[in-house]
Write a protein of this length. Structure first.
Length: 412
């Protein structure tokens, strides 16, 4: 399998590739001994590269290329780097390849693209993965990189959201137009997913059904016991299937915006945000992010949080529907957990049942102790309800894996 890994600055594609390599080794797909410093002993097994590395090998640092307002030079530099990657692929004819590239760039308030379709066709990707992360984590990563390397490149939260949307849109455009005869599957994947999830999605998606996991978030965010119950079921779903997990992109927590609002009212120009305030706590062992620096605590101008609130809320809604579109079914867990109907889950399940094309099966596990299962709204969408977890897992398992899904997604 040959994947093109897209994504904006700050997602640490090199760490993602390293963690994917670990999964390839674990599954016996590459023969590189564990602990080796090389990516693969035999490039015919796995070839990895990036546009940035190819530019550097030709004496062109990416920052210098982007700073030069010479479009012809920039396009030619990108094309030469891309062709060098293509020549490596054609010479090695690898069984697997992972090529990392920005599809769009952002500098001096300007978004633009340098990609060359004929060159990318020579890479022969059979799927495109756009890697994304929480906007606060990206903000922290760019600030740390600036402090360490004096890059003079830092973005406001609103700029991060805008660039991320442009990168996803360009990846979708590329997926639809790269090959005249067929579309390429394109998935938006948060780097807080388990590395095993992305391994399966790229290299073994014919073997597992693709599920979107839907569960209450807002109503139970501050209840450790209910959070633990959700985390246990999330872990089990990830162990058994390919799961798009909404908690891997969690950037709408009220604490951050409440703190920012209070700071602005007091005239404070900087706030400190810790991990507990920023998001639902996640166990990131085995995640695609494993090995990167902890982004928290981080400092932030509170005005940035307030100016991005409306855009962020809109992206949260579309983000979850994007993951529904990427899946083949929705695995819904305890919609009345916490004592009331989860409105977020309800909108996802209505979308899966009535709007997505084709409609996605809704397979729902319900615990009678939660109550509320006679709520009239639960009759508004098509679903099958299970009260035994193993029966629920078996129903998900019976969803037929699709080799080449072509999701029609609402871009976020």
């Amino acid at each position: 399998m040959r994947a093109l890994l897209a994504g904006i600055s700050g997602v640490n594609k090199d760490i993602v590739v390293a963690n994917l390599l670990a999964r390839l080794r674990a599954h016996g797909e590459v023969s590189t001994p564990a602990g080796s410093d090389t990516v693969a002993a035999d490039p015919s097994e796995l070839l990895t590269d990036s546009i940035e590395d190819a530019l550097a090998a030709q004496g062109n640092e990416l920052a210098g290329v982007l700073a030069a307002f010479r479009p012809t030079y920039q396009l030619a530099a990108w094309r030469r780097a891309g062709q060098a990657i293509a020549e490596r692929i054609e010479a090695a004819d690898p069984r697997h390849s992972l090529i990392a590239a920005h599809l769009t760039y952002y500098t001096s308030g300007r978004q633009f693209s340098l990609i060359d379709l004929p060159t990318i066709r020579r890479w022969r990707p059979d799927c495109i993965i756009t890697l994304v992360d929480d906007m606060l984590d990206i903000h922290s990563a760019l600030a740390r990189r600036d402090a360490d390397r004096h890059t003079n490149f830092r973005l406001r939260l609103r700029e991060i959201l805008g660039w991320r949307s442009a990168e996803i849109a360009m990846a979708d455009l590329l997926a639809r137009n790269l090959y005249p005869e067929r579309a390429v599957p394109h998935y938006v994947v948060s780097i807080k997913h388990p590395a095993e999830m992305l391994y399966r999605l790229i290299f073994a998606r014919r073997q597992y059904p693709l599920a979107y996991s839907s569960f209450p978030i807002t109503a139970i965010r501050y209840d450790p016991d209910l959070r633990a119950a959700v985390d246990d079921i999330r872990a089990e779903l990830h162990r058994r299937f390919i799961v798009f997990d909404p908690l891997t992109l969690d950037e709408g927590t009220p604490q951050v915006f409440d703190k920012a609002r209070a700071a602005c009212a007091d005239g404070t120009t900087e706030i400190v945000i810790d991990a507990e305030e920023a998001r639902w706590p996640l166990d990131t062992s085995g995640a695609l992010t494993e090995g990167r620096a902890d982004p928290y605590p981080m400092t932030l101008d509170p005005r940035e949080a307030l100016e991005v609130w409306d855009d962020m809320e809109n992206q949260v809604r579309h983000r979850d529907l994007t993951m529904v579109e990427q899946a083949q079914c929705v695995a819904a867990y305890r919609i009345t957990m916490g004592g009331r109907l989860s409105t977020g889950m309800y909108s996802e399940l209505m979308y899966a049942s009535h709007t997505a094309e084709p409609a996605r099966p809704v397979l729902m596990y319900a615990d009678p102790s939660d109550g509320g299962l006679e709520h009239p709204f639960l009759r508004n969408f098509n679903h099958r309800t299970f009260h035994d977890p193993e029966e629920w897992f078996d129903a998900i398992r019976q969803v037929t894996p699709s080799a080449e899904p072509d999701p029609q997604r609402p871009l976020f």
